[in-house]
Design a protein around this ligand. Structure first.
Ligand code: CP
Ligand code: NVA
Length: 318
């Protein structure tokens, strides 16, 4: 689990930019080094050469959806690394008046050194990356939320040691966060079990790819059965930002994380939620505020994990 970071930059002149689009696209060793570096940032033990390696660099963030954690943690993280930040909301830029993503991507690449986008369709993220000459980071799409899951894995390891060989349980909507967890399973070597109601299962292609890459991905309807003996229980909101339904409470109430459901997991199982939570919908106050919950550490680890991601994107670690 220990990783040493060589002080010299791993520069790759002439090579395409190192994007952080989806966990499935990135080599397992690089993901492991990012999670290990996140832990060093958290404990204040990062090597001197990686403390402020992005001095003089600028990150631009494009938001097509609201955000608290992603926005603040990227901004503070980039500042801690020595860099600057520009925040762009879609409607305040020419993107909101129809400038195309390829044109905006080429222009922004002339001004800044890293781009982050929170958007709807994954195609928008990929189009931005295809036309960018600087690294692009996925700050959430309708399909995935990889920065969140890197922080979640760092949080699990902060409390329980290496995640390899552990069993992660998800209950509720098989959404963007769940799908990045599935993509992480073969990369980090854990099993994932998801309890989802009919119609809210994760994308079959993402599940098939993770299984093909060697992961145990178990999907079913019965949350109690699936969470039996897991090392971590995770859930998320009943309605994501891109969802158009107005009410899923009947479907999702049986998947609520309450003391009864937590009782099926291991006695020392962690509870995680990417936040924002809708208290007493997908999770009760007693679990959110209870001794197994690590949601505030999880939020903090967004900062540390994204610093490691930006450092990797800029070629400062391999
Ligand atoms: N978890 C997360 O991405 O939070 P925000 O929507 O506040 O960025
Ligand atoms: N699944 C949620 C995550 C929010 C951080 C959403 O997409 O709204």
């Amino acid at each position: 689990m220990m990783t040493s970071f060589s002080p010299q930059a791993v520069s790759h002149p002439g090579l395409p930019p190192r994007h952080f689009l989806d966990i499935a696209d990135i080599e397992a060793g690089a993901l492991r080094r990012m999670v290990n570096l996140a832990a060093l940032y958290r404990t204040g033990n990062a090597p001197e050469a990686l403390r402020r390696p992005l001095a003089g660099k600028t990150l631009a963030m494009i938001f097509e959806k609201p955000s608290t954690r992603t926005r603040v943690s990227f901004q503070v993280g980039m500042q801690q690394l020595g860099g600057d930040v520009v925040v762009l909301s879609h409607q305040d830029t020419q993107l909101g008046r129809g400038e195309t993503i390829p044109d905006a991507s080429r222009v922004l690449s002339r001004f800044v050194d890293i781009l982050m986008i929170r958007t709807f369709a994954p195609e928008t993220l990929h189009e931005l990356a295809d036309y960018a000459s600087v690294p692009v980071i996925n700050g959430l799409t309708d399909e995935t939320h990889p920065c969140q899951v890197m922080a979640d894995i760092a949080t699990f390891e902060q409390h329980r040691g290496e995640i390899e060989g552990k069993v992660i349980g998800w209950t509720g909507d098989g959404n963007n966060v769940a799908q990045s967890w599935i993509e992480a399973a073969p990369k980090f070597g854990f099993e994932i079990r998801l309890a989802c109601p009919e119609g809210l299962e994760p994308n079959a292609g993402i599940v098939a790819a993770a299984r093909k890459a060697g992961a145990s991905v178990i999907i079913g309807r019965d949350a109690r059965e699936l969470l039996d003996g897991v090392d971590c229980v995770i859930t998320d909101t009943w309605l994501s930002m891109h969802d158009t339904d107005t009410d899923r409470s009947n479907m999702l109430l049986p998947y609520q994380v309450n003391a009864d459901l937590m009782g099926y997991a291991k006695p020392n199982a962690l509870f995680m939620h990417c936040l924002p939570a809708h208290r007493n919908e997908e999770v009760t106050d007693e679990v959110m505020d209870g001794p197994q919950s690590v949601v505030w550490d999880e939020a903090e680890n967004r900062l540390h994990a994204q610093k490691a991601i930006m450092v990797w994107c800029m070629g400062k670690i391999s």
